[in-house]
Design a protein around this ligand. Structure first.
Ligand code: NI
Length: 229
């Protein structure tokens, strides 16, 4: 499932993030790539231990925590500390690859995150650059995605994907991974849909309706059955 989360960051946060990104010193994106994907990767990335990275991570994690649908869509167990990249000039693309299944969290005693979900949070507007689509392959077609600044795409870590060459301007984004309490994509999707329908139902018939209470129980019983916490 591909999920588009709107407005993860607001205009003030985006402005603050772009100031930090403009002042930051960028490094080679290949430092966090595996052996195979390093050959396809040609972009710039903020060093994981830089002061600016930590300030930007606080902004992104704050946006995720208050977003109405992030929890319901991702059912997060662990979130990898967000990373930041730039595609521009001669370092402008990332060819087809799959993300490593397990990532080690820097600065911890070997803490691991299984990459059930990949996340791309767009930090500047699509009109600021040409190209730079996130292209995600499926059995029959390829979805090509470019979202407004502040919006985020969640997609399964299992998919082959790439970032098309940026031919004008620069593309700024945050990217990271989520290990979900519900590992199976289809089960997570059922829970997300059910939660959305329940929210709508609560709005129309009220919290105290017997069927709403019953279905809320069913949602939690399914989550209890599938969740690994
Ligand atoms: Ni990737």
């Amino acid at each position: 499932m591909l999920t588009h989360l709107k407005g993860v960051l607001d205009a003030d946060e985006l402005r603050e993030a772009r100031v930090l990104l403009a002042r930051a010193s960028w490094g080679d994106g290949r430092v966090t790539a595996g052996v195979q994907s390093a050959q396809a990767k040609n972009n710039q990335q903020l060093p994981q231990d830089a002061e600016a990275t930590r300030a930007l991570q606080r902004i992104v994690l704050g946006g995720l925590n208050r977003h109405a649908h992030f929890f319901s869509a991702a059912l997060p167990k662990r979130v990898f500390p967000p990373l930041f990249n730039r595609y521009a000039g001669a370092t402008n693309a990332f060819g087809n690859h799959v993300d490593n299944a397990v990532r080690f969290v820097p600065g911890t005693q070997g803490e691991r995150v299984r990459t059930d979900l990949s996340c791309t949070l767009f930090l500047n507007e699509p009109g600021d650059y040409e190209g730079g689509e996130l292209a995600i392959e499926d059995s029959f077609d390829t979805q090509r995605i470019k979202l407004p600044a502040g919006d985020m795409l969640l997609y399964p870590g299992t998919r082959v994907h790439r970032v098309e060459p940026v031919t004008r301007g620069e593309r700024l984004a945050s990217f990271f991974w989520v290990e979900s309490m519900v590992r199976a994509d289809d089960a997570r999707r059922l829970l997300f849909d059910m939660d959305a329908h329940l929210m709508a139902l609560r709005g129309s018939v009220g919290e105290a309706d017997a069927a709403v209470i019953g279905l809320t129980g069913t949602y939690h019983n399914l989550l209890r059955m599938w969740a690994d916490v």
